[in-house]
Design a protein around this ligand. Structure first.
Ligand code: BTN
Length: 258
């Protein structure tokens, strides 16, 4: 395990995070945590030095080499419904955005629903996976998986033009454990004040998509639209080419900047 990740004493976390499990390698920290989710309290954190089958949204792969990135998942069990999941995603994005800004003095942009970009290159992605209580719209639990390209490394050819690492743009090196601590503590702050939607203003102010033309990819078809705003529930308000308005709520939808 690389030292800048495995510094248990460097994690200065809120007691909400009761267990931090550090792994050398796993297929996916989300899948690893899923096996424990039923019988553990919220606040369980799993961090892996590398992932062999890192998952992105919509079935994509999240490249997860050792020594360079953060691959972590943590568990929450809120009394929220399925309709709150976009807002939770936004909350996580803001925690990551603010932690990067504080430590690296750089503004990233948040692409709905929760990818982070610096200068048009993706530096972080978030995959929230939830299960519902039986016959209910209430969440049983949610696993929040965060993947961040932190240190500079030689990316595979297919990623070079679309992805980057924080260090590429800042030349600043921090312990990955410092960034993890900052993200988790910020997330907990917003999560424990969830009804106060103030983080949604940060989300909107740093949006990569508001005011832009986008291509929406939905069920094997695509269409162009203009993004008007993102509301406090994390839903995307778009204007179609025929001037009708539509609200997108689903994390299953992909968008591209046109
Ligand atoms: C995306 O880019 O679409 C989301 C990427 C999420 C990657 C993180 S890394 C930790 C956790 N485990 C996974 O398999 N995926 C998430």
């Amino acid at each position: 395990m690389c030292k800048d990740l495995y510094h248990k004493d460097k994690f200065n976390l809120h007691p909400f995070y009761h267990t931090i499990e550090l792994l050398k390698e796993t297929s996916s920290t989300n899948d690893y945590l899923k096996q424990k989710a039923d019988c553990t309290q919220e606040g369980y954190v799993v961090i892996s030095e590398a992932q062999t089958k890192g998952k992105g949204r919509n079935g994509r792969v999240f490249h997860s080499p050792k020594h360079t990135g953060i691959y972590m998942s943590f568990l929450i069990k809120p009394s929220f419904t399925i309709y709150d999941t976009s807002k939770i995603s936004a909350c996580v994005s803001v925690a990551v955005y603010e932690a990067i800004k504080k430590l690296y003095h750089i503004d990233s942009k948040i692409k709905w629903i929760n990818d982070l970009y610096i200068e048009d290159k993706k530096i972080a992605g978030i995959l929230c996976e939830s299960t519902l209580k039986i016959n209910s719209s209430y969440l049983e639990y949610m696993i929040i998986g965060i993947g961040i390209n932190v240190h500079t490394y030689t990316m595979p050819n297919e990623l070079v033009s679309i992805a980057g690492s924080i260090e590429d743009f800042t030349n600043i090196k921090h312990l990955r454990s410092t960034l993890i601590t900052e993200i988790l503590n910020r997330f907990y702050f917003y999560y424990s004040n969830f009804n106060d939607s103030s983080f949604m203003n940060v989300y909107r102010m740093n949006s990569y998509v508001i005011g832009k033309q986008i291509k929406v990819i939905e069920n094997n078809s695509s269409y162009n639209a203009f993004v008007e705003t993102i509301d406090d529930s994390g839903f995307l308000h778009i204007l179609l080419e025929d001037n009708t308005k539509k609200i997108l709520t689903s994390a299953e939808i992909s968008i591209r900047i046109a």
